[in-house]
Design a protein around this ligand. Structure first.
Ligand code: UT7
Length: 328
């Protein structure tokens, strides 16, 4: 019956420079103890000045294509999930296409921290429709360019990085592949997490810069509550759509924003701790890149094996949320 979409290769790129909690103690009024107990984060990575979002995406993409065993010329479509594009336009995906030497359509997807599963669902739809066969799906962020480094309530949370996956068409009867996807959004909560200035609503000006409106603003407490509820509900919904139950899950790959959010989701969905993959202590929140980097590391560490049932779930600005269940 028809076609399924399956991830056949993953790759990541994390910039070299680490910014530890101890480093942040010298920059703002914070402590390693506060950051670790409130978030679980110990360190994050910061891209070099001469590295743009597309440069991080390119390295992850090359690694993913190599891992998949395909050639760049096999790629039929490139999707880049990002909220920190090189420029408003052209799309970062077009810059990636040129830099890796691909010859195919390419466009960006803006769904903040839900970006990778949103893009994966888009890729799945193109594959199921029969339009494309091999799709490069990237999550890449250079958030450090849009952080207010004087705001201790946000600057300790985020990091830069990129991950990519090659998704391909497999026979619909094949056991492995994406079993179900679910995406959602609610613009009612758009004000809770945003970069207010620099777009067409509040165009760039000296005032925008003076008031730092070009940097990320977040109502952390509100986002926290909504994230827990929505990620828990999304896991239930995507499992239901796939005809699976919680006992069938081998590994949960959640968005890596805050360890307390992940703990609360695990409590609500009643999954044991050994069934969740966590790497936020190394990288902080890399928005679109977080889930795909976590997926890659879980596979490479042997925590996801052939036949494993994997659920990915994310939540972010928009608000947006997304979940995918796949058999590896
Ligand atoms: O990727 C999806 C989008 N983002 C998220 O999912 C983030 C969701 N939210 C969160 O992760 C948490 O709400 C935060 C980590 C952002 C904040 O944790 P919290 O437990 O909600 O802390 P809070 O905002 O209520 O702040 C508690 C206190 C405040 O001081 P007072 O008012 O109690 O005196 C803050 O000023 O902690 C203070 N504070 C800090 N202290 C030391 C805030 N940031 C810091 C800091 N270091 N970096």
């Amino acid at each position: 019956m028809g076609t399924k979409a399956k991830i056949i290769g993953t790759g990541i790129y994390i910039p070299e420079k680490a910014l530890t909690n101890a480093d942040l103690e010298t920059m703002v009024d914070t402590t390693d103890e506060w950051i670790q107990t409130r978030t679980g984060i110990k360190s994050r990575h910061i891209a070099a000045d001469n590295q743009a979002c597309s440069d991080l995406a390119v390295e992850a993409s090359k690694n993913a294509i190599k891992d998949s065993g395909l050639e760049t010329s096999d790629i039929d479509l490139i999707l880049v999930a990002t909220i920190t594009p090189d420029m408003f336009f052209p799309a970062t995906a077009c810059l990636v296409q040129e830099k890796i030497g691909a010859d195919c359509p390419a466009f960006d997807i803006s769904a903040a921290c839900s970006g990778f599963p949103y893009a994966l669902t888009t890729a799945e739809s193109f594959i199921k429709s029969g339009m494309y066969r091999n799709i490069l799906v990237v999550g890449a962020e250079k958030l450090s360019s849009f952080i207010d480094w004087d705001d201790r309530s946000t600057c300790v949370l985020f990091g830069d990085g990129a991950g990519a996956a090659v998704v391909t068409a497999v026979d619909g009867n094949s056991e492995s592949g994406i079993l179900s996807s679910y995406i959602g959004s609610n613009g009612k909560y758009a004000d809770l997490l945003k970069i207010p200035g620099g777009g067409s609503a509040v165009p760039p000006s000296h005032d925008v810069i003076d008031k730092k409106l070009h940097t990320l603003k977040m109502e952390g407490k509100e986002i926290f509550k909504l994230a827990v509820r929505q990620m828990s509900d999304s896991v239930a919904k995507v499992l239901d759509n796939a005809g699976l139950s919680l006992e069938d899950i081998d590994m949960l790959i959640p968005h890596q924003a805050n360890l307390r959010i992940i703990d609360a989701v695990m409590d609500r969905v009643k999954l044991p701790r050994e069934k969740v993959f966590i790497n936020l202590y190394k990288y902080g929140n890399m928005s679109s890149a977080s889930t795909v980097v976590a997926l890659h590391e879980a596979v490479k560490e042997g925590k996801i094996k052939e036949g494993s049932n994997v659920v990915m779930v994310a939540f972010g600005a928009g608000l947006t949320w997304a979940a995918t269940v796949m058999k590896w």
